[in-house]
Design a protein around this ligand. Structure first.
Ligand code: F3S
Length: 755
């Protein structure tokens, strides 16, 4: 089977001594989060206490997972590391590139026609380097990870923000950028600021129409989209034990919607049941041996305020079903209040489409609960109103649901579409008929995100997030403000009937099954596999190593752009239509900094080419300097590079000949990404020197030869009138990072070490 039992044994074999070492150093009982973090230090057992929100710590994750959109650049980079195989068990999943339109078979074929080049590339790279590949149609990354790889007490990173889903099986699982995945696959440590800890104590038991989804919808309402930033959310209490494992996964999944680093639950019977049902009795046997380390200490949960930075308490007995949205997942509305709120806010209440599935809510239990509502409505003679779409999380779930008649139940809807086991509408890969008219409308779904345009590209689609059973109820009634607890529906005989409460089956009584789960195991020895990328491809391009520094001071560099105000990774490397070039550095570089506001004149994507004096787009101007052999420099404001961790935002300027990015302050991950790509990421020692930068400036780094840790650099500005002035620049490079700069990139350095 696909999971790596030897790796799990190795993790558990050192867990006890490492947890003990941490307990001694901290001199107090430990949370589960601390146990997992302290047992995954790169250095082994700890010799110091790390300070929450302050200490940057090197960790050694157990696994890496990548989805197809982000895996392309990650693997292109990994190919440069000079490694024969990945250092930790890793998988790639083809799930984001499949568009939902007509239904599973046709949509999958259409996607294969369109993206085959990318899928073949991923398949062959995975095969060569020992990476498991989950083929198109096999399922959504996080559901597949939960079914096959997640294990209690483990640590994983994944190139997708909902990697956190694996917290449902007691992991610390964190979403990262491709560059971090490359580091870990190449055997380097992974750095993370030691997180704050938020404890959520759950009491009672879910009942009636309330589901695990409502726990996180409620938490999102309390903490808002930023409330979890820099924190791990740890759930505990009797209520936590009463939840199913996949329910826990749903809660952790949407931890991404409150900005949390990740969320997790302690090892319990629900996890044992799920591991066994998914064929992992051996993991249960191993986990049981170290069970005391796979949950927080009793003293912590008895007095949580003493050990967590913030504690929230939710009584599941009293929790009611919620609908969150539109346009933000933290706008929580109890179903009972939707009538007034929808009227007050003029939200459309007619529901044309209702969607069940995604990585968030497509477990067997979810489908059975939703199906029970459909079955009940059918038995009572109620005809459903909305169209229903379902995207199962994995082939295993889809096959089992089909075998057990659940899909037939959903087909009782007059209009139902079973989409491919893939992200589909959840990532905007939904060719919804009529969306181009941009009409104001509402949809309801059991996904996690509901930002504007996220599902169908229509900014006027009001998307509401709720549990699968509520999606079913709303879809049957056709009304957003339908409250199944109090409202009735008119059946075919004209009678008023009430829907019965949902009933679910946690795990299939006949067990999970599949004919072909879509997994491609890598070759034992992939050394003879040749990765082919067509030279004229516009989707993929093999990477050339960036040139090493020649050891000389960099002189004569031209200002490419002085960015004003907010400049996020979206301003530096836009998403949307550019997504298709994520595996082609040269093509995607045509979006480099096109969203940044030029401090001179305020336009976007318009800068002065100092060689011609003419105005032109940023990428074309950078290419002109590069063609002339002239290095260029980007100047920026505060928190430059905030947003996502995408490495394209550093690779593109590097590819276009930018040697330095000088700003008032950096978002930390972007600063690190610049360093990794062999660039100079520098800050003004005196912030007001930003104002000294003029549009036609030339830059001389006059003491770069003495580049050393904790030593300022001196920059000579040569203005257009020939006048010169010097300013000081700060940097945070350590010896190793200066090595990255010297070698041209961190990857070049790894490659050299492996040569
Ligand atoms: Fe895919 Fe949506 Fe999950 S994009 S990975 S189904 S959040």
């Amino acid at each position: 089977m696909a999971f790596d039992i030897e790796m799990i044994k190795a993790v558990y074999s050192v867990m006890g001594e490492r947890v003990e070492a941490a307990r001694k150093i901290l001199n107090r009982p430990l949370t589960l989060t601390e146990k997992i973090l302290y047992s995954h230090l790169e250095q082994g057992s700890t010799t110091e206490e790390f300070i929450r929100s302050k200490s940057y710590v090197d960790f050694k994750p157990d696994r890496v997972a990548m989805q197809d959109a982000t895996a392309q650049m990650a693997l292109l980079q990994f190919m440069q590391a000079g490694k024969k195989k990945v250092a930790v068990p890793s998988t790639a999943h083809a799930d984001h590139l499949i568009q939902a339109k007509i239904g599973a078979d046709k949509d999958l074929q259409e996607s294969l026609n369109k993206n085959n080049e990318v899928f073949n590339f991923l398949s062959s790279v995975c095969n060569k380097y020992g990476i498991g590949f989950w083929k198109p149609g096999s399922g959504i990354i996080h559901q597949v990870v939960l079914e096959n790889y997640a294990f209690p007490g483990g640590m994983m990173i994944g190139t997708d923000s909902h990697t956190v889903n694996a917290g449902g099986l007691g992991m610390i699982a964190v979403g990262v950028g491709g560059a971090d995945a490359v580091d870990v696959m190449a055997g380097m440590p992974w750095e993370l600021k030691f997180p704050k800890l938020i404890g959520v104590k759950l009491t009672g038991r879910l009942n009636g129409w309330t589901s695990a989804k409502d726990v996180i919808l409620k938490v999102a309402g309390i903490l808002t989209v930023k409330g979890g930033t820099g924190a791990v959310v740890e759930y505990f209490g009797e209520g936590a034990k009463n939840l199913s494992c996949t329910g826990k996964g749903t809660i952790c999944n949407m931890g991404a919607e409150i900005g949390a680093t990740t969320s997790t639950f302690g090892y319990d019977d629900s996890m044992r049941r799920y591991l066994k049902a998914t064929g992992r009795e051996d993991v249960v046997a191993l986990a049981d041996e170290v069970a005391e380390h796979l949950t927080g200490d009793d003293e912590v949960y008895a007095d949580p305020k003493k050990y967590f930075d913030q504690v929230i308490e939710i009584n599941l007995d009293e929790l009611t079903p919620h609908l969150n949205g539109p346009f933000t997942p933290d706008l929580a509305t109890p179903v009972s209040e939707m009538k007034e709120k929808a009227a007050a806010n003029d939200w459309p209440t007619d529901i044309e489409w209702a969607l069940i599935g995604s990585c968030t809510n497509s477990s067997y239990e979810d489908l059975t609960r939703a199906a029970s509502i459909v079955e009940d409505a059918f038995n009572k003679g109620v005809k459903p109103v909305s169209k229903l779409g379902i995207n199962p999380g994995s082939e295993q779930v889809r096959y089992t649901a089909e075998r057990d008649g659940l899909l037939d139940t959903f087909k009782k809807f007059p209009s139902v579409t079973i989409f491919t086991n893939a992200c589909g509408p959840c990532i905007g890969q939904w060719d919804r008929a009529g969306a181009e008219k941009k009409e104001k409308n509402s949809i309801v779904h059991s996904f996690n995100r509901n930002f504007s345009k996220r599902a169908d590209g229509n900014p006027n689609t009001h998307a509401f997030v709720t549990s699968p059973e509520m999606v079913a109820a709303v879809a049957i009634s056709g009304k957003l403000d339908f409250n199944p607890i109090t409202d009735t529906l008119t059946n075919e005989k004209g009678e008023q009937v009430k829907l019965a409460e949902p009933t679910g089956i946690e795990l299939p009584t006949k067990g999970f099954a599949y004919e072909d789960n879509g997994f491609q195991a890598p070759a034992e020895d992939g050394s003879s596999i040749v990765i082919k990328v067509a030279p004229d491809s516009n989707r993929l391009q093999l990477l050339e190593p960036f040139a090493p520094w020649n050891g000389e001071n960099i002189t004569g560099a031209k200002l490419l752009i002085k960015a004003f105000g907010k400049c996020t990774t979206d301003h530096i490397s836009m998403a949307g239509p550019w997504l298709r070039f994520r595996g082609h550095l040269d093509n995607i570089s045509d979006n480099c900094l096109i969203g940044a506001e030029n401090a001179f004149g305020g336009a976007t994507n318009e800068v002065t080419n100092q060689l011609t004096g003419e105005k032109g787009p940023v990428p074309a101007t950078a290419r002109a300097y590069k063609a002339a052999g002239i290095p260029s420099v980007v100047v920026g404001d505060h928190n430059y590079g905030e947003g996502s961790s995408r490495e394209h935002a550093a690779m593109e300027p590097r590819h276009l000949g930018v040697v330095a990015v000088i700003v008032k302050s950096f978002a930390r991950i972007h600063e690190t990404n610049l360093k990794k790509q062999g660039m100079l990421g520098l800050t003004f020692a005196n912030e007001s020197d930003y104002d000294k930068i003029q549009e036609a400036d030339t830059f001389n780094f006059i003491d770069l030869k003495d580049f050393a840790p904790d030593k300022q650099l001196t920059l000579e500005l040569v203005h257009a009138d020939g006048s010169k002035e010097q300013i000081k620049l700060n940097h945070t490079y350590n010896d190793q990072q200066i090595g990255w700069f010297r070698e041209g990139s961190a990857l070049n350095m790894i490659k050299k070490a492996n040569a």
